[in-house]
Design a protein around this ligand. Structure first.
Ligand code: C5P
Length: 302
């Protein structure tokens, strides 16, 4: 997470993630699913600008970054009330530490909602980091990690300084991975999204014989073909049953020369791994022309 400090204000870049591997191992007694996943953060960012509010109020405003094409419908924005994880993160920090400081948070959205890219979780992690600094709370990384896990299963990953991690448990147990080769992706978010809870409700545990470690090892050897051969997402099959746009994207990606392709997280975003930025730009412009949704080109973060 990139952070820029100003006087009484902090600006943070909150990245999206892709799951290159997501295996559902089984359902737990608490209703969550036990996972093994490999997540990678990518260069597609929301921006949070947080400034001190001496009145003690907590407020959130949200704007679209304005990256949509002329003629496209306006992009859906998240709520700006307590349903937004950013405000929940701020309130959790105040409850935990007992401070009553206020903050004005301006969120500029680029990461699409209900897309399997964890934009809301990343925004929440950025709010924790930003407010911890602005309010001089001095919470340690393990204290922040604990609060992040209370906010959502994907939130702790975004506190990790490494761009890639193998995550277990419900997603909150993080094993950072040093994977220096940066990967190029084309990502499409169709017109409609999917609820994470709904997709998990329809999934069945996977018996895939390979693991996130196999994928990380292939990536560490810079073996792109082998890396893509280990792509797995147990949630893709239920997502395809719930949303036909995922099926349409899959068929399109399968006809193009991607090294590999898959849905991210609980969808509906679909990504293709490319050999170079040049190839990613070419394939993205082909995809943009058929207007199946929003198209992004992004590289894994260093
Ligand atoms: O943790 P988070 O609030 O982001 O999860 C949203 C929903 O996704 C949960 O309420 C649960 O239904 C489902 N989920 C799950 N197993 C996980 C993560 C999420 O069943 N490991």
């Amino acid at each position: 997470m990139l952070v820029r400090d100003q006087i009484n204000a902090i600006t943070l870049a909150a990245p999206a993630k892709l799951n290159l591997f997501l295996k559902v191992l089984g359902k737990r007694a608490d209703g969550y699913h036990e996972l093994e996943t490999l997540m990678v953060s990518i260069g597609l960012y929301d921006t949070l600008r947080i400034s001190a509010d001496p009145s003690g109020d907590l407020s959130l405003s949200c704007h679209d970054a304005g990256t949509i094409l002329p003629g496209d419908p306006p992009r859906e924005l998240p709520p700006v009330d307590r349903a937004n994880l950013v405000l929940r993160a701020a309130e959790l920090l105040r409850e935990t530490t007992g401070v009553r400081h206020g903050a004005r948070i301006e969120l500029v959205k680029r990461i699409p909602l209900a897309a399997g890219l964890a934009g809301g979780s990343s925004d929440a992690a950025a709010a924790l980091v930003g407010l911890n600094r602005l309010w001089r709370l001095d919470l340690t990384s393990s204290e922040l990690h604990e609060l992040a896990a209370q906010l959502g299963s994907d939130v702790p990953f975004f506190l990790c300084s490494s761009a890639a991690a193998i995550c277990r448990g419900r997603g909150e147990i993080i094993e950072p991975q040093a994977l220096p080769l940066r990967l190029h992706f084309v990502i499409a978010r169709p017109r409609t999204g999917l609820s994470t809870a709904l997709v998990f409700k329809h999934c069945r545990p996977s018996s895939t014989p390979w693991s996130a470690r196999d994928l990380a090892d292939a990536w560490a050897r810079s073996d792109l073909n082998r890396t893509a051969s280990y792509f797995h997402n147990t949630l893709q099959e239920p997502a395809e049953r719930l949303n036909s746009e995922v099926v349409t994207l899959k068929a399109w990606f399968a006809r193009q020369p991607f090294v590999g392709h898959m849905m991210s997280g609980s969808g509906t975003s679909y990504f293709g791994l490319c050999r170079s930025r040049r190839q990613a730009m070419q394939l993205a412009s082909r995809l943009g022309a058929i207007r199946l949704g929003d198209v992004f080109v992004a590289r894994s973060r260093p």
